[in-house]
Design a protein around this ligand. Structure first.
Ligand code: A3P
Length: 345
C-alpha cells in the first residue's frame, strides 16, 4: 500500500516537475522571441496613424528580404496591396554635393529600419525633361515602402542646379535637406578623378588637373572650371536659402563619414527625428577596401562599389595651396551660415 502511494506521489511529482520545466522553457523562449520582435524602430505618431501593434514588425527587420524583392519587381500588384505598400514622395533629399560621399550616406542611412532609399539618382528636379513629366512620374520612381517609413533619394546635381530649390519647394516646403561636404580641394580633385576615369575608359586623353584648376593666363584659380565652382559651397547654399530656412538643412561632414561614420549618422538620425537605430554593429572597417562597409544582419553585408574611393592623381602642392587659400573665405562664410565648423585648412 505504502509502496503504491509512493509510486503515485513520484508520478505526480514527475508530472508537476515536467509541467514546471515546460512552462519555464516556454517563458524563456517567449521572452527571447519577444525581445527579438521588439521593433527596431518604434513607430511614432509622426510616421502615420497606425498603432504600433498593427505595424508589421517583420517589415522593419526583414527589409533586405521582402522590400528588396518588391524593389526588384519580383512581386505582383496583389502582393503590393496585401502588404499595404506604397510609393511615397521623399521626406528628405540628399541634394549634394557631388563626390562628397552622397552614395555612402544614402546607403548608410538605409541601414535604418524606418528609411527606404531610392536606389537610382532620379534627376527629377534638375532635368527639365523629367520635371515636365510631373510629380506622379517622380512618385512612381520611388521604392515601395510601408506608410510609416520615410523615403530618401539622392541626386547630387540638385545642389548646383539653379531651378531646383524652387521646384523642391513647390513639392514640399517643409522637406528636410541633407548636404554632405568634403574639404573643397579634395572634393574638386575627386570630381576631376571621376571625369578622368571616364575619359580613359573611352581611350581619350584629358588635361591635367593643374591645367584646369589654374587659369594659365592669370595664374589665378579658374572659377570657370566646374569642379572648382561646385566646391564653393556657400554660393550654392545661398540660392537655396531664398526658399528654405537654414533649420531645414543638415550638413554632413563627408571627411568624417569616411573615418568615423557612426557619429555622423547619429546626427542625421536626430535631424530626421528618427529613433537611433544605426549602431557600430552595422558598420565595419574593411582593410582591403580602406573604407567602412555595411552590415545589415548576420548574413548580409556589403561594401560600396569600386567607383567609390578611387585613387586620386598626384597634384602639384603649390596648386593645392593656392586652391585652399582660394576656398578659405568661402569656407568661413559656409561655417557661419550653417553653424557647423569643419576643420578645413
Ligand atoms: P573618392 O572616390 O574621391 O575617394 P559620391 O558618392 O558623392 O560620388 O562620393 C564618393 C566619395 O565617397 C568617394 O570619393 C569616397 O571617398 C567617399 N566615401 C565615403 N564613405 C565611403 C565608403 N564607406 N566607401 C567608399 N567610399 C566612401
Amino acid at each position: 500500500m505504502l509502496f503504491k502511494q509512493q509510486a503515485w506521489l513520484r508520478q505526480k511529482l514527475l508530472v508537476l516537475g515536467s509541467l514546471a520545466v515546460g512552462s519555464l522553457l516556454y517563458l524563456v523562449a517567449r521572452v527571447g522571441s519577444l525581445d527579438r520582435l521588439q521593433p527596431i524602430c518604434p513607430i511614432e505618431g509622426r510616421f502615420g496613424a497606425r498603432s504600433q501593434a498593427e505595424f508589421p514588425l517583420r517589415a522593419l527587420q526583414f527589409k533586405r528580404g521582402l522590400l528588396h524583392e518588391f524593389r526588384k519587381g519580383n512581386t505582383s500588384k496583389e502582393q503590393v496591396r496585401l502588404h499595404d505598400l506604397v510609393q511615397q514622395l521623399p521626406k528628405a533629399i540628399i541634394i549634394g554635393v557631388r563626390k562628397g560621399g552622397t552614395r555612402a550616406l544614402l546607403e548608410m542611412l538605409n541601414l535604418h529600419p524606418a528609411v527606404v532609399k531610392a536606389s537610382q539618382e532620379i534627376h527629377f528636379f534638375d532635368n527639365d525633361e523629367n520635371y515636365a513629366k510631373g510629380i506622379e512620374w517622380y512618385r512612381k520612381k520611388m521604392p515601395f515602402s510601408y506608410p510609416q517609413q520615410i523615403t530618401i533619394e539622392k541626386s547630387p546635381a540638385y545642389f548646383i542646379t539653379e531651378e531646383v530649390p524652387e521646384r523642391i519647394y513647390k513639392m514640399n516646403s517643409s522637406i528636410k535637406l541633407l548636404i554632405i561636404v568634403r574639404e573643397p580641394t579634395t572634393r574638386a580633385i575627386s570630381d576631376y578623378t571621376q571625369v578622368l576615369e571616364g575619359k580613359e575608359r573611352k581611350n581619350k586623353t584629358y588635361y591635367k588637373f593643374e591645367k584646369l584648376a589654374i587659369d594659365p593666363n592669370t595664374c589665378e584659380v579658374n572659377t570657370k572650371y566646374k569642379a572648382v565652382r561646385t566646391s564653393i559651397y556657400t554660393k550654392h547654399l545661398e540660392r537655396w536659402l531664398k526658399y528654405f530656412p537654414i533649420e531645414q538643412f543638415h550638413i554632413v561632414d563627408g571627411d568624417r563619414l569616411i573615418s568615423e561614420p557612426l557619429p555622423e549618422l547619429q546626427l542625421v538620425e536626430k535631424f530626421l527625428n528618427l529613433p537611433p537605430r544605426i549602431s557600430q554593429y552595422n558598420l565595419y572597417f574593411n582593410a582591403t577596401r580602406g573604407f567602412y562597409c555595411l552590415r545589415f544582419n548576420i548574413i548580409f553585408n556589403k561594401c560600396l562599389a569600386g567607383s567609390k574611393g578611387r585613387i586620386h592623381p598626384e597634384v602639384d602642392p603649390s596648386v593645392i595651396t593656392k586652391l585652399r587659400k582660394f576656398f578659405h573665405p568661402f569656407n568661413q562664410k559656409f561655417y557661419q551660415i550653417t553653424g557647423r565648423t569643419l576643420n578645413w585648412p
